[in-house]
Design a protein around this ligand. Structure first.
Ligand code: FPP
Length: 237
């Protein structure tokens, strides 16, 4: 399906945020290992990124690994770490000639030096790019992000910050707030994802498991988003 032909009357969010959920359940339904679900989930991410860029979404935030995800069985965590390592290489290769900037939300110090080096290289090499911004949340927790910002402010001995200034201490300092958050698999919660940034985001919880999320799921989601009446606390004119 060429989604671009179907975009009449569809509003395109400036910043889309994705919570990739349902990899394990997708795999179980197909009698596969949970890790197969993660592998397929990564392929789905690569494909959907292509469409997201094509239709002109400028910022994409992806919740790939939370601070809580370390509590999964070691075998699964190890698999995910390996997938991140290969995945970063793949993304860097895919985007090397494109105007794509990578930023990271989360504390990288818990990852192996090898993963950190790969990520830091990609972030540094894409620093001056701006066409499409991919924000990967890795070892990310929303409350931890806020506490980290507070500690930075204390360290700088500031006496007063307003909301705008505070935002500059978050990982997302240079990003607008997400307009639209999609969490797949039918779970209806945000699970420590961008608590500061999502206060006025539109939320959408399709039942589809992440590995099965395709262009038509995205189109359906964008149709839902287009019908939302975003008032930001104001009265409709
Ligand atoms: C949630 O599904 C998914 C994850 C914890 C991992 C998602 C990560 C990827 C697809 C790889 C991304 C890679 C890069 C390089 C960005 P789940 O396991 O919680 O599913 P379940 O709720 O059905 O068990």
């Amino acid at each position: 399906m060429d989604i671009t032909n179907k975009l009449k009357r569809i509003k395109i969010p400036t910043h889309l945020a994705l919570i990739l959920d349902g990899n394990g359940r997708w795999a179980k339904k197909k009698n596969l290992n949970r890790t197969d679900g993660h592998s397929k989930g990564f392929e789905t991410l690569i494909n959907i990124c292509k469409t997201i860029r094509k239709i002109g979404i400028k910022y994409l935030t992806v919740y790939a690994f939370s601070t809580e995800n370390w509590n999964r069985p070691k075998k699964e965590v190890d698999f995910l770490l390996d997938l991140f390592e290969k995945g970063i290489d793949r993304l860097e290769n895919e985007y090397k000639d494109d105007d794509v900037k990578l930023i990271i939300s989360g504390e990288l110090d818990r990852f192996s030096q090898n993963i950190q080096n790969k990520i830091n290289r990609f972030v540094a090499n894409s620093f001056n790019k701006s066409g499409f911004v991919l924000n990967l949340c890795l070892n990310y927790g929303g409350r931890a992000e806020i506490v980290r910002a507070v500690n930075k402010i204390i360290n700088e001995k500031l006496e007063y910050v307003d909301e705008k200034k505070f935002s500059k201490y978050l990982y997302t300092a240079d990003l607008p707030d997400p307009d639209f958050v999609i969490r797949t698999s039918g779970e209806q919660r945000l699970s420590n994802f961008l608590p500061w940034q999502t206060i006025y985001s539109e939320l959408y919880f399709p039942k589809v498991f992440w590995p099965a999320f395709n262009d038509s799921c995205l189109l359906k989601a964008l149709k839902v988003y287009s019908k939302r009446d975003r008032r930001f606390g104001r009265v409709k004119k």
